[in-house]
Design a protein. Structure first.
Lengths: 258, 204
């Protein structure tokens, strides 16, 4: 049985690991390589690492950092942040990364999705869209939630699939860092919008929130930041990941759903 | 010596890391000379089938690989697209494969299924090995690996299938014909299960 994926999502800023709330107030939570080592030990399903500085600064991806991360990472790694060309994506894949995430550049210039897919194979192309809900409509924002693209989620999802992406990651700006659960209405819509593998990000505060996402979507990627880096009401930094028994319990919710 | 064919495709470093942790000597080969001393060969691969075949042809190592695998019977393990390259052809492209294992590569999209299938097949799935296959020694009861692919290998002969996985329908997730092995999943990124499989390959 194909299982839902439980995916820590790590944000990198100024070389450190940070966690945001509603895309603002980044709090330093540690060293990225150290976090990767811990998730190796915990046998995490996958890992997403996003450089949140690159696009807003117009910077080139930090290839040295990516090589270091990839060399350390014993699980499939998805890397994103500032990728604007197929050549950059290809170079990143060559460093030992399984999947490359494109976001702002792909929303602005959808043809990029097709170019990157042709270069590295569609299965390795992840389109990440950051959405904010306004008047019941999910709008796509870029540049860490500062730029409204005027595009709707359904348009971005259609472009991702028709231009050959391999996965759609949808990140709720409203729920980011709130730890009060995924936006399940958003999850339902994403599931309906595409036949690509999907991953939801933004809002998970407990493993039960992941369970509810699985109840809603079945086989899905459940990504989370805060949940796996904070502990307790005071948000002490402690990296965690569900153990095998706890994970199997969550996986069984797919079978119940079916 | 385990030699990983470095023709510009696939996650070479991940294999080196696994073997370093296992204290098993492994090296990469970018040319014929480096390939000559191989006692085991890993053919990695990600991405597009034709692109991978073109790069392997362009690497100048193809004739030596044919000699190693078909004449000297050195064990070889194709991984992901590296497994798909073992066959005759792929629905993903127009170039012929290595023709080491009798079979062709098909698309999940052209496979009929009772439910709409998300493509690519992405994530952790169960792998049911053919009993007694040495590649899966110790993994018979609980084998789970990471998959990331839109195409799968279809063997002419059922006896060449070394493992089966279910996605919509059953498909062949590993092949084995004599000294030739292939796995559709990524053992180099499959935690302790993958480490065990790569250890098994090294000790064949």
């Amino acid at each position: 049985m194909l299982r839902p994926r439980i995916i820590p999502c790590l944000l990198v800023s100024n070389g450190g690991l940070v966690k945001t709330v509603r895309f603002a107030a980044p709090k330093y939570v540690g060293d990225p390589i150290n976090a990767v080592k811990i998730f190796n030990e915990k046998e995490s399903d996958e890992l997403i690492v996003l450089d949140i500085d690159a696009t807003v600064r117009g910077a080139e991806p930090d290839y040295k950092r990516i090589a270091n991360l990839a060399a350390e990472c014993r699980m499939p790694l998805c890397y994103g942040g500032g990728i604007k060309t197929a050549e950059q994506a290809k170079r990143i894949i060559g460093l030992g990364v399984e999947k490359v995430a494109v976001s702002a550049a792909a929303v602005e210039t959808p043809a990029l999705i097709a170019r990157v897919s042709k270069e590295i194979g569609g299965q390795s192309v992840v389109v990440v869209v950051d959405v904010r809900k306004r008047a019941g409509i999910y709008e796509v924002w870029t540049h860490n939630g500062t730029r409204n693209t005027g595009k709707r989620l359904d348009q971005a999802a259609e472009e991702a699939e028709s231009l050959g992406a391999g996965e759609l990651v949808v990140n709720s700006i409203d729920n980011d860092g709130m730890m009060q659960g995924y936006d399940l209405e958003l999850a339902r819509q994403v599931r309906e919008l595409t036949s690509l593998p999907i991953t939801l990000l933004g809002g998970a505060g407990s493993l039960d929130d992941i369970g509810r996402l699985i109840d809603t979507c079945g086989v899905v990627g459940a990504a989370a930041g805060s949940l796996f880096v904070f502990k307790g009401a005071y948000r002490a930094v402690l990296i965690s990941y569900p153990n095998r028994d706890r994970k199997e319990e969550l996986m069984r919710r797919v079978a119940v759903r079916a | 010596m385990i030699t990983i064919v470095d023709y510009g495709v696939g996650n070479i470093q991940a294999f080196l890391n696994v073997y370093a942790r296992l204290s098993i000597p492994a090296e990469t080969a970018t040319n014929t000379q480096a390939l000559q001393s191989a006692s085991k060969v890993i053919l990695p691969g990600v991405g597009d089938f034709d692109e991978a075949m073109r790069r392997l042809d362009g690497s100048g190592m193809r004739a030596t690989l044919d000699d190693l695998v078909l004449e000297r019977r050195v064990p070889v393990l194709g991984v992901c697209v590296g497994m798909q390259m073992l066959g005759r052809s792929s629905e993903e492209g127009v170039l012929p494969g290595l023709r080491w294992v009798a079979g062709d590569v098909r698309s999940f999209r052209s496979t009929s299924s009772t439910e709409p299938l998300a493509v690519p097949h992405m994530g952790w799935n169960d792998v049911r090995p053919t009993p007694g296959n040495p590649l899966f020694d110790g993994l018979e009861a609980d084998a789970r690996f990471y998959f990331l692919h839109s195409y799968y290998f279809q063997c002419d002969r059922e006896t060449d299938a070394a493992a089966t996985t279910s996605y919509g329908a059953d498909f062949t997730s590993a092949v084995n014909d004599g000294n030739i092995f292939g796995v559709q999943f990524h053992p180099e990124k499959s935690h302790h299960w993958g480490t065990r499989l790569l250890h098994n390959f090294a000790t064949l």
